[in-house]
Design a binder for this molecule. Structure first.
Ligand SMILES: Nc1ncnc2c1ncn2[C@@H]1O[C@H](COP(=O)(O)OP(=O)(O)O)[C@@H](O)[C@H]1O
Ligand SMILES: N[C@@H](CC(=O)OP(=O)(O)O)C(=O)O
Length: 520
């Protein structure tokens, strides 16, 4: 059965470091190609993050947040504003050839940063920077980046128009949470903003600020860093786009972080569940909020490399739902075709590691876990805003793995420990890492966990904690952080290397052969 036809819109999201390092390549080889190549017949919408020259930590968003921090302590922040200003002016002078475009861009850049100064001066006087002010200041990162990318497109022969989404949510919007009704509202508001681009005969590329409004709770609190992915997802839904492309500096999603495991392979496709688990457990490929919206609208997400634009990348899409415009997937048992057997062989999809983990052990002072013991633990952790990544319990003992990435979260953990001591003996094990094996097909096979843990044992790696996610697509364990690379490489070689079928894979192949004989 055929569903809704194609819209010919492709949404392209570019991250901050890509805008910082590869802006001309993005315009010439990607935006121009996708919007002007006759065989593609596409309309392109672009979404950009704030510029980072080297790393995100030293990028414009981090600098702007640093200004907010200084202003809240009534300290001087203007030096940082000047660094941001100079960086963007130098960039405009270097890349924009047309004088009129360049002068206007520099002028707009200065005006935006003057506004930041005004907001923060006022906050300094008040001795407080509100979440709304933080959002307003943070939005300037995306504004500057998109003003630049729009000018660069126009300078290089791609007709483009800047679209500022900072005020897309009106002042009097009353919602307090980012729930479905909020997203429905936002998609409608985006549709209204897109209308001029849809009604004109001329092909104009809208360049959207990836900062999308002063949302309830503040964008930083409600969505967190990396919010531009979500913005691009919502624009894709508003446009009923054929594809959302997230452009990165890596060819797509690999079986492991290619910087840590040289043998890692590029994956053609992963499911949204797998992409979420990988992102949560250390492989930051896509913001976790992005997928739900787009997949519900049957829009595939493609991760691609700005340095290799013609590569296929990795598609994120469910393996049991038809894409829009395509036939619905065959109903089982047809699904159990030879491709089923091919897929099942894979077992695990990818492996990932998350560092900065602390294990918190609590031994109850009662003989058995009393009623309310876990509730008390979580109440204390919640009070200090501590998140638990993994948990395992025995009769009188609870172990938890917590992400503690900075000194602030360490301080909170210490305070929590003081209160947890009323429940039993408490100890902390620092400098740990979570290793997670992820794969939607894994749940079909007993033995993958066994292979994973015996591989670690063969390498002499001590396992502190073991946990299997309730969704059964993730098997995780906690090890010492210094063993991370060894663990990733050895497990990858046993369970994910294509060239070296393991003893375990032989066992799977044999079992699949038996199933085939049984005609299942
Ligand atoms: N499984 C994985 N597949 C691809 N990249 C991964 C994986 N795990 C970790 N990474 C790392 O994630 C990074 C993401 O790419 P990058 O384009 O630099 O991110 P961003 O644009 O979000 O700043 C890469 O440097 C890559 O090494
Ligand atoms: N500029 C924001 C939003 C964002 O999405 O960034 P990036 O796409 O570069 O990860 C941040 O630094 O968090």
């Amino acid at each position: 059965m055929l569903e809704s036809s194609t819209s010919n819109w492709v949404v392209q999201k570019f991250g901050g470091t890509s805008v910082g390092k590869f802006s001309t390549e993005i315009v010439d080889d990607i935006i121009k190609y996708y919007s002007q190549e006759p065989s593609l017949d596409n309309n392109v919408a672009v979404v950009c993050s704030a510029r980072s020259t080297y790393t995100k930590a030293e990028g414009t968003t981090s600098r702007l947040l640093n200004c907010c921090d200084l202003a809240s302590q009534e300290l001087e922040f203007k030096d940082i504003i000047n660094i941001i200003k100079q960086d963007h002016i130098d960039n405009a002078e270097k890349h924009i050839q047309n004088d009129v475009l360049q002068i206007k861009l520099i002028d707009d850049t200065k005006k935006e940063l003057d506004l930041v100064e005004t907001y923060l001066e006022a906050s300094k006087v008040l001795g407080e920077v509100s979440p709304r002010t933080i959002d307003l200041v943070m939005s300037v990162g995306e504004k500057l980046s998109c003003l630049f990318m729009t000018a660069l497109c126009n300078d290089r022969g791609v007709k483009a128009e800047y679209v500022d989404l900072t005020h897309i949510i009106p002042h009097d919007y009353t919602a307090t949470t980012l729930d479905t009704s909020f997203y429905v509202y936002l998609v409608q508001a985006l549709k209204a903003r897109l209308e001029p681009f849809l009604s004109t005969k001329e092909r104009i590329v809208p360049v959207f600020t990836g900062f999308f409004g002063l949302v309830p709770m503040g964008l930083l609190n409600g969505v967190g860093r990396g919010y531009t992915d979500l913005c691009a997802a919502l624009i894709s839904v508003a446009l009923n786009a054929d594809e959302l492309q997230i452009w990165k500096e890596v060819d797509g999603i690999f079986t492991a972080d290619p910087r840590k495991v040289p043998q890692a392979r590029l994956l053609n496709s992963v499911t949204p569940e797998e992409a979420s688990e990988l992102t949560y457990y250390g492989s930051e490929v896509i913001h976790p909020f992005t997928m739900e919206q787009v997949i519900r609208a049957k829009i595939p997400i493609r991760i691609k490399n700005v340095q290799n634009p013609r590569g296929n990348g990795t598609i994120i899409y469910p393996d049991n739902i038809a894409k829009k415009g395509e036939s619905t997937p065959p109903h089982p048992p047809e699904a159990l075709s030879s491709s089923f057997f091919e897929k099942k062989k894979r077992g695990a999809t990818a492996i990932t590691a998350k560092s900065d983990i602390v294990v918190l052990n609590i031994h109850s002072n009662k003989k058995t876990l009393s009623h309310g013991f876990l509730a008390q633990i979580f109440t204390i952790l919640d009070k200090f805003k501590l998140v638990v990544d993994l948990i395992s319990t025995s009769e009188v003992h609870v172990s938890m793995a917590l992400p503690i990435p900075d000194t602030d979260s360490m301080k909170s953990l210490r305070k929590a420990v003081e209160q947890l001591k009323s429940l039993g003996t408490v100890d902390l094990i620092k400098k740990m890492a979570i290793i997670s094996l992820v794969g939607k097909q894994m749940k079909q096979f007993i033995g993958i966990a066994g292979t994973m843990f015996s591989t670690l044992a063969e390498q002499g790696i001590n396992i502190e904690m073991i946990s299997q996610g309730a969704n059964e697509i993730n098997i995780s364990c906690v090890i010492e952080a210094e063993d991370t690379i060894k663990a990733l490489q050895s497990i990858h070689s046993k369970l994910l290397d294509e060239n070296r079928p393991s003893a375990f894979e032989h066992a799977i192949n044999e079992r699949l052969e038996q199933l085939k004989q049984l005609d299942i």
